[in-house]
Design a binder for this molecule. Structure first.
Ligand SMILES: [Fe+2]
Ligand SMILES: [Fe+2]
Length: 168
């Protein structure tokens, strides 16, 4: 922010900043997923993305709940990491001609997103506990579990179907 001041002084500031980072990321993912659903051709992949779109809507609501519980404004801060992951996903998917290969690429790109979310929520859960906010940690843990499950479902789908078809 200012030249002579720093925004983040305390662990609590850092916690709120990171909540705003993932809040931005979830909103960006919310816009990216419908495009990925359109591009996917395997019905199981379309389903996985559609299910996770609904979950992602809940993730946004849960973050708003945590902001409220913690008495912080629900604001976003730009997260260049998720911008980069999604830009790369959109770039690669516009470059793949073969539909089966595209499905494998889309699943992999989505897993990069899930892993980003898992690292952020894992950190937020640990920090919430350290800051004496077990209540916030419990809410964030629900989302973390869904990110892990989404990632696991994509691994299984890719290994059982998508990668095999893509490599044929
Ligand atoms: Fe999420
Ligand atoms: Fe996710």
């Amino acid at each position: 922010m200012g030249l002579f001041s720093k925004d983040i002084e305390t662990m609590d500031d850092l916690f709120v900043h990171t909540l705003r980072d993932i809040y931005y990321a979830e909103k960006r993912i919310l816009k990216a997923l419908p495009k990925m659903i359109d591009k996917a051709s395997h019905p199981s992949l379309k389903n996985a993305f559609t299910t996770h779109l609904a979950e992602t809507e809940t993730h946004v609501i849960r973050l708003e709940e945590v902001f409220r519980m913690h008495g912080a404004d629900a604001k976003t801060v730009t997260c260049p990491a998720i911008d980069g992951i999604i830009d790369e996903a959109e770039e690669i998917s516009s470059e793949v001609a073969d539909q089966e290969v595209l499905d494998a690429a889309l699943a992999a790109a989505a897993q990069a997103v899930e892993h980003y979310e898992m690292t952020r929520y894992g950190t937020l859960v640990a920090w919430a506990k350290r800051l004496g906010r077990a209540d916030c940690a419990r809410v964030l843990e629900k989302t973390l579990a869904e990110e892990k499950a989404a990632d696991q479902a994509l691994t299984e789908l890719a290994e059982a179907k998508l990668n095999i078809r893509a490599a044929e």
